[in-house]
Design a protein around this ligand. Structure first.
Ligand code: 5GP
Length: 137
């Protein structure tokens, strides 16, 4: 079954497309979390970052920068968030890998709540966690 983004790529459903090349498409997110909220989507569907090939990811992130620069110019943004949700638990709703470019105009227009647990983590725990990642590389 094709994703909603594949339907946009195939022009089966409409979208406000701002950029397209042979590998990537970029269009306004229907939800417009902030003015200019844009998605950058590889045309070939991979569900998450775990599946997408490195070269396609590299090209996609270059386009994220291009769109970010365009948003800065177009909307005079104060800053922006680059976001990719991977997996249901992380809030992903469309299982076709993509980046969100979310222009920011105030510190209240989007609430990302990330807890700071540094007081709960011992030096040993940091070491163990870092080791687990290094061993997995
Ligand atoms: P996710 O939740 O997977 O990180 O992001 C999916 C995004 O796709 C959501 O922000 C949602 O608003 C957007 N979206 C879902 N359906 C459509 C659609 O039909 N058109 C557009 N332009 N965006 C969509």
């Amino acid at each position: 079954m094709s994703t909603i983004f594949e339907k946009i790529i195939a022009r089966e459903i409409p979208a406000h497309i701002v950029y397209e090349d042979e590998l990537v498409i970029s269009f306004l997110d229907i939800s417009q979390a902030t003015e200019g909220h844009t998605l950058v989507v590889p045309k070939k569907a991979y569900a998450t970052i775990f599946e997408i090939p490195d070269d396609l990811l590299a090209h996609t992130i270059k386009i994220v920068k291009k769109i970010s620069n365009a948003c800065q110019k177009a909307f005079h943004v104060e800053g922006l968030n680059i976001l990719s949700n991977n997996g249901t638990i992380a809030g992903q709703t469309v299982f076709h890998f993509h980046f969100h470019v979310i222009p920011r105009f105030s510190d209240q227009d989007v609430i990302f709540k990330m807890s700071n647990r540094m007081n709960e983590v011992t030096t040993d725990t940091y070491k163990k966690r870092a080791l687990l990642i290094k061993e997995a590389l």
